[in-house]
Design a protein around this ligand. Structure first.
Ligand code: IDP
Ligand code: MG
Length: 136
């Protein structure tokens, strides 16, 4: 039974700044993801605040929004069977220190805040996040 899904991925400023865009895209492709859409943009802090609204009560919210808007990012729609879960697996744990070998965050992440990639955490949020960046 097929369960083709789409998920939103972001290559965060720390990774774009270190020119890791192509290496990270290659990891997605090697792992069977198709990059359906992509764009390199820099967002305003107000947009980062909207995107990360679910975290607005967290102590790291302000720094997180400053960071995501601090430089260019690459936003992508990835497609694969069970793409949401598969992307979370490929990304690895939020804190690169806890991430498994072979994951993007283990390989490229610097710290819990500079962890190189974002990925939607559920099918529902994937739809919302894809709309956020790619509506019309
Ligand atoms: P996720 O990116 O693995 O889904 P979330 O809990 O949704 O992790 O947190 C969103 C982002 O906020 C993380 O990717 C990370 O950059 C940052 N973050 C999460 N927890 C902390 C923390 O305790 N300190 C600083 N930054 C954090
Ligand atoms: Mg999350």
């Amino acid at each position: 039974m097929s369960n083709m899904e789409q998920t939103l991925s972001i290559i965060k400023p720390d990774a774009v700044e270190r020119n890791l865009e192509n290496e990270i895209k290659e990891m997605f492709k090697i792992n069977g993801f198709t990059i359906l859409k992509e764009k390199k943009i820099q967002i305003e802090k107000s947009e980062a605040e909207k995107f990360y609204k679910v975290h607005e009560t967290k102590p790291f919210y302000n720094d997180l929004c400053d960071y995501l808007s601090s430089g260019p990012i690459v936003v992508m729609v990835l497609e694969k069977e069970n793409a949401v879960f598969g992307n979370r697996e490929l990304m690895g744990a939020t804190n690169p220190k806890d991430a498994d070998d072979g994951t993007i965050r283990k390989k490229y992440g610097i710290s819990i805040d500079k962890n190189s990639v974002h990925g939607s955490d559920s099918f529902e949020n994937a739809k919302i996040e894809i709309d956020f960046f790619f509506k019309d």
